[in-house]
Ligand binder design. Structure first.
Ligand code: P6P
Length: 333
């Protein structure tokens, strides 16, 4: 069967969306290059001294590992190549940063990303991922980028996706016209189309939540988790959001990160984790809501690192969970 590389696919589908001026194409290709570079380091992390905590803490208070920093730097470097990215926001940076201008370019896009999500798993050789979202800036390219350019809802994203560095490395993305997956063929150094037009099962037999927090969840969440046990659903929780969502994309089910005492507003970040993954999941036929029952894609972030609760996965399974929330939530009289 003919190999379709990521580059070929992007160019072919360039006319799918209204901004078919090649700028978004260049950005997606920059991300593909960064993914190959990060993949190389992630795969040999156990061999060279880039493992282990470097001690610093990121904006969300997580202890940062050297590979996080490496991945962050490579993404910024690669996104500077095309000159189509005006600025970026990253889990690893407190504030957004403007990308150095390329002569003759007036970039219209900004990119948000978590360069290496689930990085605490690196030391124990469990899969990790990169999550990215692409937004059109709202301000004119002639003026500096502003915070308003970043505080846009997932519904405003023009593209989003993730890279999963697992048993094989796969890049999955959407531009709002379906979801496609590309597996890296190391022998030719190309991402090749491997999963065309991914559609998620409408329901699933797996639930994905950190069961260790069960006693700290609200009563309606505990009732839903009890229901999952009653239904003999399998519990699959890798502790790496990209890996858990990727499994659900193919096997169906639901991923939950509810509010806990430690994370009263949820742990996962809206802008560069939940919104991009919700875009992909919705495009594959799934649903993504907060435990307050708001559609994730409708939420306008109040800050770069805002946390949200999330229930994301097969549409029927998310809807069933939503019914538990309605039925068991403590009604404030
Ligand atoms: P917990 C990884 O640190 C991460 O941000 C997500 O990838 C993952 O789903 C979640 O946190 C795991 O959090 O509290 O269950 O260890």
């Amino acid at each position: 069967m003919k190999i379709v590389t990521l580059d070929e696919f992007i160019i072919r589908r360039q006319n799918d969306f209204e901004y078919a001026t090649g700028e978004l194409t260049a950005l997606l290709r920059d991300i593909g290059v960064a993914a190959k570079i990060v993949n190389r380091e992630v795969n040999k992390a156990g061999l060279v001294n880039i493992l282990g905590m470097d001690g610093s803490q990121n904006a969300s208070g997580d202890t940062v590992q050297k590979l996080d920093i490496y991945a962050n730097e490579k993404l910024i470097e690669c996104l500077s190549n095309s000159g189509e990215c005006a600025a970026i926001a990253s889990e690893e940076l407190d504030k957004y940063v403007e990308v150095p201008r390329v002569e003759g370019k007036s970039p219209k896009y900004i990119v948000v990303f978590d360069p290496l999500d689930g990085s605490s798993n690196i030391d124990v050789n469990v899969s990790v991922g990169t999550i990215f979202g692409i937004l059109r800036r709202k301000t004119d390219p002639s003026v500096p980028v502003s915070m308003d350019d970043f505080l846009q809802s997932g519904a405003e994203m023009v593209a989003a996706g993730y890279v999963l560095y697992g048993t094989s490395t796969i890049l999955v993305y959407t531009t709002g016209n379906g979801v496609n997956g590309f597996t890296l063929d190391p022998s030719i150094g190309e991402f090749c189309l491997s999963h065309r037009d991914i559609k998620m099962p409408t329901s699933g037999q797996f639930y994905s939540v950190n069961q260790g927090y069960y006693l700290k969840f609200d009563v309606e969440m505990r009732r839903y988790i009890d229901h999952c046990s009653d239904m003999n659903y399998g519990l699959r929780y890798i502790g790496s959001m990209v890996s858990d969502i990727h499994r659900i994309l193919f096997q169906g089910g639901i991923f939950l990160y509810p509010n806990t005492r430690k994370y009263p507003k949820g742990k996962l970040r809206l802008l560069y984790e939940c919104a991009p993954l919700s875009f992909v999941v919705e495009q594959a036929g799934g649903r993504a809501i907060t435990l307050g029952r708001n559609r994730i894609m409708d939420l306008k972030p109040k800050s770069l690192h805002q946390n949200v609760t999330i229930a994301i996965g097969s549409p029927d399974t998310v809807t069933e969970m939503e019914e538990f929330l309605e039925k068991y939530a403590v009604k404030l009289i």
